[in-house]
Design a protein around this ligand. Structure first.
Ligand code: DHB
Length: 397
């Protein structure tokens, strides 16, 4: 017996048939959006450009599908201003319904977005900022960059093992600089060394000359430096003018200062400089050689720096989490999937600490050398699987 369809049922059936027949490429529910908020203009523009290039490379290499979903990346420029970061994060959640937010070129920007991630219950993948406290600002924060203490403690150890006893520190006066200073000072003092002074330069429009002169006058064995990515060239120009080597003062730094993005333009005065960092363009592994070749092919005027790695690995983490949840975009499930995740990055083996959601990674001690006519940070010592020392110390208490 055939039933006679009501007008309503007939229309419903027609609508279903139309849906099936209409060649819609991807249904909305099969698209997962991730909003990447980074500075692409202003003093930290290189951070945004590096992260954007790395994310685009990741998708070009691995495709745009993960966990059966199409991954769509929305890039936003916060110009390095925290209020803008927060507004963009809100808009991405409310208007674009993103499954995650990512990027965050400076510590205040990562912190500004934290309450949004908590309220929206979506992952915040920190790809650049490095102050230890960040991951504690929301249970939804996972970090693929680094912490300053993580990179600094191995350098302080190197200094102690290389006859450095008296030091002066000079850092950018905000979260990561203070973390770097604290980590370096504590380690040097614990190792029997002496800290002659700890100097802090303003983050905005810094004038390093008076601080450098003061450091020189104190005649330490070494001057330890940290400034964020993008300020290294200006700092090292002023360091070169003071000729520290003539007074037998070693200049050492976190790798943010000899940033691969700017290093080649710094000139011969940085040759021989010792730094510590979790990534160098010159890292000697098959994975990194392939990564650098692909990155430079896609971006002929750029070199991948440590910020690029934060972006590349942050994307790898988001894809892997989506695979693990089989495309379920529930934020708590995605963060759970990220905890304990371990993989091989171009920087070396990395994992996400399931307790702290911070990255565990090798830290390398490097020396600036000329290779094939270009300046590189050449790694000569590896400290394996370093956890953020600040959180490790808190956990131990
Ligand atoms: C931060 C920014 C940087 O560019 C950097 O190299 C290290 C830390 C930060 O603001 O957290």
């Amino acid at each position: 017996m055939f039933e006679i369809l009501t007008r309503r049922q007939a229309l419903g059936a027609f609508a279903v048939a139309a849906c099936v027949l209409t060649p819609v490429a991807v249904r909305a529910e099969d698209v997962v959006k991730i909003g990447v908020i980074v500075p692409m203009t202003g003093p930290s523009a290189s951070t945004g450009r590096e992260i954007e290039a790395a994310i685009k490379l990741f998708q070009a290499q691995k495709g745009d599908k993960a966990g059966g979903k199409k991954v769509e990346v929305i890039f936003k420029d916060d110009t390095g201003v925290a209020d803008i970061t927060k507004r963009l994060a809100q808009e991405l959640v409310v208007n674009d319904h993103v499954a995650a937010i990512a990027g965050f070129g400076l510590t205040p920007l990562a912190l500004a977005a934290a309450p949004i991630a908590t309220q929206a219950k979506i992952p915040e993948i920190v790809m650049a900022a490095g102050t230890s406290i960040i991951t504690e600002a929301s249970p939804f924060i996972v970090r693929t960059s680094f912490t300053l203490a993580q990179d600094t403690v191995p350098l302080a150890d190197w200094a102690l093992n290389n006859g450095i006893k008296k030091v002066v520190t000079l850092v950018a006066d905000y979260g990561p600089g203070i973390d770097a200073e604290k980590a370096f000072v504590e380690k040097i003092k614990a190792g029997g060394g002496q800290v002659l002074d700890s100097l802090r330069a303003p983050l905005k429009n810094p004038e390093f000359a008076p601080f450098l002169q003061k450091a020189k006058d104190l005649k330490p064995d070494a001057l330890f430096l940290f400034v964020p990515s993008g300020q290294g060239a200006q700092l090292m120009k002023q360091v070169a003018e003071r000729e520290f080597a003539k007074d037998n003062i070693k200049v050492i730094a976190t790798g943010d200062v000899t940033d691969d993005e700017q290093l080649n333009g710094m000139g011969d005065s940085v040759l021989g400089m010792i730094t510590s960092m979790m990534y160098s363009t010159a890292h000697n592994s098959p994975e990194n050689k392939a990564f650098v070749a692909a990155f430079e092919k896609a971006n002929p005027t750029m070199r991948p720096n440590f910020m690029a790695l934060g972006g590349y690995d942050g994307m790898a983490l988001f894809y892997a989490a989506l695979e693990k949840t089989k495309g379920d975009t529930d934020g708590a499930k995605l963060v759970d999937a990220m905890k304990g995740m371990a993989w091989m990055s171009p920087r070396g083996p990395i994992s996400i600490d399931p307790q702290t959601r911070d990255i565990v990674q090798n830290v390398y001690i490097r020396k600036v050398e000329r290779r094939d006519g270009q300046l590189y940070n050449i790694e000569f010592e590896t400290v394996p699987a370093v956890k953020d020392p600040v959180k490790a110390a808190k956990a131990g208490k």
